[in-house]
Ligand binder design. Structure first.
Ligand code: NAP
Length: 322
């Protein structure tokens, strides 16, 4: 029997602006077979949370609903068939409805947290760092000495892409939407997007870049092919500025361009997913992957959403829950 029949959760009854978010009590969920109940200490905020709140994310959002896709905490109860070794373990996880004091998580979505990694950090990396890893390695096949263009290089995924690409030996050109963000990325060169972007990029990479990584969509998709060199690769992983215009496949022939799209919810082969998690946790643990984290209480989530979708944040925003 749980000591907490009701738990605090960040809820929305209707789709809309940040003002629809409210903290209220809901019934504690129960773990079913193959699931655990996690007592959450911190929840990571992602751009997808703002899309889900607006009703733009996917069709599987029932209303009313609880926000959140990732968190970190302690395994509190086990569903049927789950190995008892999970009980009381410190974990990070990816699962919907994570912005609450308790969340049900399928055991396959748990990431054991080393003791050296605190819960705030644990809630900051799962979605963005695993996305960055797969975009860069699983799909981007980055190689040493290549030139990589990372759009929104001061954002959550962007900052991690920059570090992982540099670790792989690539030269990284980052883009940001405003000059003030330039100092919030470690890219080797930084450009503010806007008029003349392609020409300014060509001054840094006269033939174009080998690899273009972007989660912006409409704003940058129209110029993407001009940014790439022959045999270049373009990996798209989001549409923060809205969906891009349809891409004509014939447009790819001239420079023999490859295009790939990534979504973390894809049912990836187990070994590929597990290896990415191992690689990321090792780098978070030894400090070689640095996270810029801003924290705020669950009650302040509407302000965090407003800043995130206004393009005003850099790095990661984590909600403190316990
Ligand atoms: N495919 C996946 O599984 C997956 C997983 C995680 C994230 N994503 C996507 O990756 C992108 C980045 O996510 P994030 O979590 O890193 O969020 P984030 O930290 O908020 O970064 C998003 C960046 O996008 C830019 N941006 C925000 N609103 C914009 C707008 N209206 N128009 C143009 N640019 C805008 C901003 O950078 P600038 O101001 O510098 O441009 C911002 O830093 C999002 O599209 C997100 O949905 C996808």
């Amino acid at each position: 029997m749980l000591r907490w029949p009701l738990v605090r959760a960040l809820r929305f009854d209707v789709f809309g602006g940040p003002e629809v978010l409210k903290v209220e009590d809901v019934e504690t969920p129960s773990p079913h077979a193959g699931q655990v109940l996690v007592q959450i200490h911190a929840g990571g905020l992602n751009f997808a949370d703002t899309e889900r709140r607006r009703g733009l994310y996917s069709s599987d959002t029932p209303l009313p609903d609880t926000s959140g896709f990732e968190g970190a905490g302690v395994v509190f109860a086990l569903g049927q068939g789950v190995d008892e070794a999970w009980l009381k373990r410190r974990v990070a996880f990816i699962a919907p409805r994570a912005h609450a004091e308790f969340c049900v998580v399928p055991v396959g979505k748990l990431i054991p947290l080393p003791d050296s990694v605190d819960f705030i950090t644990g809630a900051a990396f799962p979605v963005q760092a695993l996305t960055a890893w797969h975009v860069l390695h699983t799909l981007g096949h980055v190689k040493a000495k290549e030139t990589v263009l990372v759009h929104s290089a001061a954002g959550g995924v962007g900052q991690l892409l920059v570090q992982l690409a540099q670790e792989a030996g690539a030269r990284v050109i980052g883009s940001v939407s405003r000059d003030a963000k330039q100092e919030r990325t470690r890219a080797d060169a930084v450009l503010t997007r806007g008029p003349g972007f392609v020409e300014r990029l060509r001054e840094l990479a006269p033939d174009g870049v080998d690899l273009l990584l972007e989660g912006i969509g409409a704003e940058v998709a129209g110029e993407a092919l001009q940014c790439l060199r022959p045999l270049g690769r373009w990996v798209t992983f989001g549409t923060a500025s809205g969906p891009p215009a349809p891409l004509a496949l014939e447009a790819l022939y001239e420079k023999s361009i490859s295009v790939a799209a990534f979504w973390l919810r894809t049912d990836l082969p187990t070994e590929i997913a597990a290896q990415a998690a191992r690689e990321i946790v090792a780098r978070v643990d030894d400090g070689s992957l640095q996270l810029e984290i801003t924290t705020g209480p669950l009650e302040d989530a509407a302000r965090a959403h407003r800043r995130l979708e206004g393009g005003l944040t850099t790095g990661k925003w984590v909600l403190r829950i316990q």
